[in-house]
Design a protein around this ligand. Structure first.
Ligand SMILES: NC(=O)c1ccc[n+]([C@@H]2O[C@H](COP(=O)([O-])OP(=O)(O)OC[C@H]3O[C@@H](n4cnc5c(N)ncnc54)[C@H](O)[C@@H]3O)[C@@H](O)[C@H]2O)c1
Length: 394
């Protein structure tokens, strides 16, 4: 069969989108993640043959001038500050929640009640209880929902998932995962919603361990049985950023925990925003009975793989460059070896969500996955208080 050309892909896309209504998205929040999500909205139909056209319709913010500027810059058709009015509109299909953690529950619940499909940022909620309510309402309303755990959708992590599922490394025995950043190592960095427990729930834990927990579940299929953690806040107060005052830091700078999985595997986890020199070092290594796999976001298109498939004197870790057309997502982009980056993980996430939505199929990670992540995060927080392993509720 001849390879599809760009022109034939475009023709197929036009034919597909002409026959159906577009999917119009209202995006709430328009800073870091707003930028990443809206880039995905602009790229998804250009690189994936999706059954419906994605339209970045409206940015919802709290300040009219800033929301309008964001809409203009990110390629949305409109902006607004009245979320209730936006939710009352029939032409909005999906609500994208790209706001700080304390608002995920309220915005998502309102969107679901209004009959909108929802993509929500991680961590899904502030508490396990909130996450369960969000998952229950989505189920009751039969709406399609997803959590933006985008790291599942790098070509290399998707390949790791495939290799582990087909048994390449045998039975998974150990997971060691670290997510290291350094932007809070400096005590002069001002306080923000990310250092205020009331607005974010926890620090490096909810911010970074949330990704590691999701990545573990996605890649290995393992479920957490019990966890035992410790946390530390090195900088107890920070400049407010306005005037001379100081604000108390009410979340962890670093959070480490041990994990036991159902079935006997074990794992270690470390999240920190105070590791000088580490910018976005998100690394997971999985050891199985027959081999090992390791991935690091900072070299995101490579997968380190060890398999017992060579003579013993020639064995060692090899580096698989995951940008061959046989690798997940790679053929949608450029010729072999022409690499992709951080932003592409969001494009893949949105493209898969649209496919699932149009086919009326479940999307992973959905809110049940968000609940599972929240259960691990919450159990780890409780374990710090108790100084002992805490069982993760099923
Ligand atoms: N998937 C990832 O890799 C990733 C990376 C960074 C952040 N996040 C998550 O994304 C979310 C947003 O983080 P960010 O880095 O974009 O934050 P940010 O501070 O850069 O942006 C937050 C945006 O939300 C707006 N906002 C705040 N409260 C609001 C409210 N109540 N209603 C409407 N708008 C409100 C702000 O004005 C701003 O536009 C957080 O939950 C965070 O954990 C995920």
């Amino acid at each position: 069969m001849p390879k599809p050309t760009l022109a034939s892909r475009a023709a197929a896309r036009v034919a597909a989108s002409a026959s159906t209504q577009p999917l119009r998205i209202a995006m709430v929040g328009h800073a870091f993640m707003g930028r990443a999500h809206s880039n995905a909205m602009r790229q998804a139909n250009r690189f994936f043959n999706l059954p419906r056209q994605v339209v970045p319709q409206i940015v919802v913010g709290r300040d009219a001038v800033r929301a309008a500027a964001a809409a203009d810059q990110f390629g949305f058709l409109e902006s607004a500050i009245d979320l209730d009015h936006v939710l009352s509109r029939d032409d909005i299909d999906i609500v994208d929640v790209a706001t700080p953690n304390d608002s995920h529950h309220a915005i998502t619940m309102a969107a679901l009640r209004a009959g909108k499909h929802v993509l929500c940022e991680k961590p899904l909620a502030m508490t396990l209880q909130q996450a369960k309510e969000m998952a229950a309402l989505a189920k009751q309303k039969k709406l399609r929902v997803g959590v933006w755990h985008n790291y599942r959708r790098a070509p290399a992590t998707a390949l790791a998932q495939k290799m582990i599922a087909r048994g390449d490394i045998g039975e998974v025995r150990q997971v060691r995962a670290v997510y290291l950043q350094d932007w809070l190592a400096d005590g002069s960095i001002p306080a923000s919603w990310r250092t205020d427990k009331k607005l974010c729930g926890s620090g490096a834990h909810g911010d970074l361990n949330a990704h590691l927990v999701d990545l573990t579940r996605a890649l290995t299929g393992l479920e957490f049985e019990s966890v035992c953690g410790m946390q530390q806040t090195f900088t107890k107060e920070r400049p407010t950023g306005v005037g001379k005052g100081k604000a108390k830091v009410t979340v962890d700078d670093a959070f480490c925990f041990l994990a036991k999985f159902r079935g006997g595997a074990i794992g270690t986890y470390e999240a920190t925003r105070a590791a000088p020199g580490r910018k976005n070092h998100n690394r997971i290594e999985i050891s199985g009975s027959l081999g090992s796999i390791a991935w690091n976001l900072e070299r995101m298109n490579e997968l380190e793989v060890f398999l017992h498939d060579s003579p013993r004197d020639a064995q060692g870790f090899r580096t698989v460059m995951c940008m061959d057309s046989v690798h997940p997502y790679a053929a949608n982009w450029w010729p072999d070896g022409h690499i992709v980056g951080y932003e592409h993980t969001f494009v893949h996430h949105l493209a898969d969500f649209v496919v699932a939505l149009c086919a009326n199929q479940p999307f992973a990670p959905g809110f049940d996955d968000g609940v599972a992540v929240q259960a691990v995060l919450e159990a780890a927080l409780q374990s710090v208080e108790r100084g002992a392993f805490v069982t993760v509720p099923r």
